[in-house]
Design a protein around this ligand. Sequence first.
Ligand code: KG4
Ligand code: ZN
Length: 337
Amino acid sequence: MRVLGIETSCDETGVAVYDTDRGLLAHALFSQISLHAQYGGVVPELASRDHVRKLLPLVRQVLAEAGLAPADLDGVAYTAGPGLVGALMVGAATGRALAWALDRPAVGVHHMEGHLLAPLLEDPGLKPPFVALLVSGGHTQLVEVAAVGEYRLLGETLDDAAGEAFDKTAKMMGLPYPGGPELARLAESGRPGLFSFSRPMTDRPGLDFSFSGLKTQVLLAWQGSDQTPETRADIARGFEDAVVETLAIKCQRALDQTGARTLVVAGGVGANARLRERLQALAEKRDARVCFPRPAFCTDNGAMIAFAGALRLMAGQHEAAVVTVTPRWDMASLPSV
Ligand code: KG4
Ligand code: ZN
């Protein structure tokens, strides 16, 4: 089955074709970073309008790269939530209309399920059960995955998401949008241990997270410092170490609690090199396995939506010929496959 995947939930237009026999045939991404940079964050209305401009050219490009005509598609998958409602509507309306015109089934995909399943895209041997750490700009969750579509939330952030903490901290120290990757780059040259921040909520049992206090600690450290580029890098390093260590401690607890031997990491912060290193070391120490998508498939992309949609379409699930999106969407409410 060949499935077109469309991702437009935030500031990236992603399109891909996934073939359930041959794997990923083509994928393309257009990032709106330069559009939003001057505002220091995503402007929802500008995001929607840019998705309108970029989506169909990207669909044409991906089909050409895959050597396919539209009629060769067997189904269409689009992100139906969570996300920015206007941005979601662009992908949903386009995907639904394409499927209607081609007389093929269409399915609305949960964006976080897309992230969660992304590691399986390139590793056919990887199968549930496992524990997933989802770390994106909007979510920080530990999820027990019994099967595709059977998700139990073990813990989540009570305030800022990990990616959001990276972005806000970077902004506070004057780094350009999007701050997360910038701050990680800066931390590379920072010296470890010069600035030490707390590992929030690791001193009590449980798998929930809280990152907003950490952000305040960094602000106070930054305001009280000499604010040189070297100090900024040292603070970035201290912040990154605190987030990475906090995530690692909770992952370890989640593996202990569930008895799972596999940890899957997905979402934009999963592209962070130090997090990947730390979780790799954790897995090796306890003879477990940790799996990440390649960094480009950690951040938003069309491939993960094509893949997750293909699994649901293969299971016979599809939407009625109406366009609905769900900007706030609990993943535990999904049907199993
Ligand atoms: O999954 P994603 O692309 O979009 C959402 O669904 O939110 O995640 C984006 C988040 C942003 O907060 C971004 O700063 C963060 O992931 N991010 C990183 C890195 N690359 C992206 N955070 C830390 N280190 C990175 N290398
Ligand atoms: Zn995402």
